[in-house]
Write a protein that binds this ligand. Structure first.
Ligand code: CAA
Length: 692
């Protein structure tokens, strides 16, 4: 064994040399790893070994470039140098893959002459998710090996293909037994030598590109089919252009030059900066400063859910999906049956649903009309009507029924979790688990820490969130927590703008163009304008009251803020416009022309200001947590990083403060800047400083 450097060693197994990486956690291609590879391969080539295997210790093969190096000066051996050394090796090089071969990791593997993998390995080029494209030849090699269509799909989705699929598309040459990667790869290498197999260089393999030559429609069709998904993002389009270059360039190197140019453009642009920031933001959110990683967890073997409506049903599905049995309690038999039927339909409708899988999941759900059925649950989540008196009643009763140590959670989206906890004899076991609708789909889980919530209850909830595939953010008790508290700022301004002369569709268009999937008024129409509206109390005082009174309750009634045709396509409504104009006339003001810029700034800047207040009050741990909430729960475009990151990108606290002050002068205290914002601006700071 030869130690090459701190993360690389060279070993021998008979006539096969092994270059072995050990750079936890994911063997990312840091300068050290590149240096180790460069030197390791040089020594292996110079030795008397007949073949070389590249293999990694730990949980995974190389999972990509070291993202922490991006944006700074590159040190050490360059990746293209390493790749050329491997590709030009006079002896066969075999990449032995377990865990994930991603991004630069797969690009390195594609410079081996052959690849073997264990059945659980996954391979992909996920750079698109970082606002990038594979910048180490991946855009030129993947279409050569997997074909143009497959390459387009994999590169623009960033999907990780399982080993079996990778084998079928030629990305992997052989699957070896799980747990026996080293033996399998060495055996494979020996066989290559014995059979005198050629040294395959993917770069020279043009057959699959030839098939796409003269067929520009492949790209046009792909762009068209994915236009909605790619809207606003630069990286998918740049990935497509690279594959086009692979097909249309006179040589591999010419295609590579296009890749390099487009890669650099993305790497130095604002979208990738935002998406790289976001990658780490999401991982940082899992870290709670005063709840250590080794906090003992409570065991959650059975979950109880109160309420079989949309929310309760969706919540229950999350647990059934990962094998945790759920007892769902409803008040009435028909509501329970309706809830269970809806869950079944949701399962059956989901893509790739296998009947046996649906049955297995349904078998984990038990319905009951008795609260006592929750007595043996380790976690009970209530998803009943959003009213404090009802919540208190539920928790008073749960306190009597739940077993000692059970976690009692409220799915409230707004209410005071401490007040809810105060009716129990065990406030330390009470926590908020705010799921977003549809709860089986939406990634975000706001976890609300009450004043007395125990640390192991927080740790268990965070871990459970990960288990059910959610991204959890910890928030403190305040009205609306992080997400809805900031949303109410935007909603207030949107409503005010309408009464000043902007039409709902103007506001929606501005926010849609910014990158949100839809604006607030289209959203209200989708959700139903009558949520929380009570006919008997309606006095036609607000636009919503009037619309609901006219039975314009949103998409479901064919009209709301917008008019809808039979395909539910929205059209600006002359009826709504007239109602708005009547409101304005009644107020004695004149409607004014409002610029798109003002609409955007008035919707977004008060949100950022509120974010600062939330941090000031200690209701969020760090600014990046706020961004994670907005990207995952409210459709904030990830290529803009989140409201706090965006605030820095457009000029930082000084700019936001100046605008808030300007609006405050003209329109009053809805725009009152937070003290912390003023201080940040005075100190020349950034919102990112609030991460510390
Ligand atoms: N660079 C630096 N750090 C990385 C990293 C990378 N490429 N990938 C993961 N990490 C870090 C994470 O930040 C995390 O650190 P902490 O424990 O300190 O939070 C740790 O490794 C473990 O990561 P996860 O928590 O994500 O672990 P997981 O098991 O859930 O997932 C993974 C593992 C699938 C590899 C996932 O981390 C992942 O998707 N990583 C990114 C892969 C990627 O995008 N690669 C392409 C990079 S760009 C590129 O390669 C450009 C090019 O063309 C040269």
């Amino acid at each position: 064994m030869t130690e090459i450097n701190s993360v690389t060693r060279l070993e021998r197994d008979g006539d096969v040399a092994l270059v072995i990486l050990n750079s936890p956690p994911v063997n990312a291609l840091s300068a050290n790893v590149r240096d180790g590879l460069s030197e390791g391969f040089k020594q292996a080539i110079a030795s008397d070994a007949k073949a070389i295997v590249l293999i990694c210790d730990g949980r995974t093969f190389i999972a990509g470039a070291d993202i922490t190096e991006f944006g700074g000066a590159m040190k050490g051996a360059s990746l293209p140098e390493v790749q050329a050394t491997m590709e030009n090796s006079p002896k066969p090089v075999v990449a032995a893959i377990h865990g994930t071969a991603l991004g630069g990791g797969l690009e390195v593997a594609l410079c081996a002459h052959y690849r073997v993998a264990v059945p659980t390995a996954r391979l992909g080029l996920p750079e698109v998710n970082l606002g990038l494209l594979p910048g180490a030849g991946g855009t030129q090699r993947l279409p050569r090996i997997a074909g143009v269509e497959k390459a387009l799909e994999m590169m623009t989705s960033g999907r990780h293909a399982p080993a079996k699929e990778a084998l079928a598309m030629g990305l992997v040459d052989e699957i070896v037994e799980e747990g026996k990667l080293r033996e399998g790869a060495v055996g494979f290498a020996r066989k290559l030598v014995a059979e005198g197999k050629p040294l395959v260089k993917v770069r020279d393999n043009n057959a699959k590109l030839e098939a796409a030559k003269g067929h520009p429609e492949i790209f046009a069709d792909f762009r068209k089919a994915n236009a909605r998904k790619f809207r606003g993002f630069l990286a998918p389009e740049y990935n497509i252009r690279c594959v086009e270059a692979a097909v249309n360039s006179a040589s591999f190197d010419e295609g590579l030059a296009v890749e390099r140019k487009l890669f650099m453009e993305l790497m130095t642009g604002p979208q990738s900066a935002a998406q790289r920031y976001y990658f780490f933001a999401e991982r940082t959110a899992a870290k709670i400063p005063d709840v250590p990683d080794d906090t003992p967890l409570r065991e959650i073997k059975k979950v109880g859910v109160l309420g079989a409506g949309t929310m309760g049903g969706g919540i229950s599905m999350n647990f059934a999906n990962v094998g945790i049995p759920v007892t769902i309690v409803e008040v009435k038999q028909d509501a329970l049956e309706r809830g269970l039927t809806t869950i079944r339909k949701n399962y059956e409708r989901s893509r790739g649903a296998k009947p046996e899988e649906t049955e297995a999941r349904m078998s984990r759900l038990t319905g009951s009309l008795e609260l006592e059925a929750l007595a043996d649950c380790d976690l009970i989540i209530e998803a009943v009507f959003e009213r404090m008196d009802i919540k208190k009643d539920v928790f008073t009763r749960l306190d009597k029924i739940a077993k000692p140590g059970a976690i009692l959670a409220s799915n409230t989206s707004y209410l005071n979790v401490d007040e809810i906890a105060s009716v129990t004899s065990r406030p330390q076991d009470v926590i908020g688990l705010h799921f977003f609708s549809p709860a089986n789909v939406m990634k975000l889980l706001e976890i609300i820490r009450g004043e007395k919530t125990a640390k192991d209850v927080i740790a268990t909830s965070m871990k459970l969130a990960k288990q059910i595939g959610k991204i959890a953010v910890l928030a403190g008790v305040c009205p609306g927590f992080i997400g809805n508290r900031m949303l109410s700022q935007r909603q207030r301004e949107a409503n005010k703008l309408v009464l000043e002369g902007a039409m709902p569709w103007d506001i929606d268009r501005v926010l849609y163009d910014f990158g949100f999937p839809m604006g607030p008024f289209a959203m209200s129409d989708l959700a139903g304008l009558d949520i929380g509206w009570v006919k008997e109390n309606s006095k036609g005082e607000t636009l919503r009251d009037v619309l609901c009174e006219m039975d314009r309750r949103g998409q479901k009634t064919g009209a709301g803020f917008y008019d809808y045709d039979e395909n539910r396509t929205a059209k600006p409504s002359p009826v709504t416009e007239k109602i708005i104009n009547d409101f304005i006339a009644k107020s004695g003001r004149n409607p004014r022309k409002i610029s798109d810029e003002e609409i955007l700034e008035r919707c977004i800047f008060p949100m950022i200001n509120e974010g600062v207040k939330i941090l000031e009050e200690g209701k969020a741990i760090r600014a990046s947590d706020i961004d994670v909430v907005w990207v995952n729960g409210y459709g904030w475009p990830v290529y803009r990083g989140g409201p706090m990151f965006y605030g820095d990108q457009i000029g930082g606290p000084a700019k936001v403060l100046a605008k808030m002050q300007e609006f405050q002068g003209a329109m009053g205290d809805d725009f009152k800047p937070s003290a912390r914002l003023e201080k940040l601006a005075a100190d020349g700071g950034k919102f990112a400083d609030l991460n510390k």
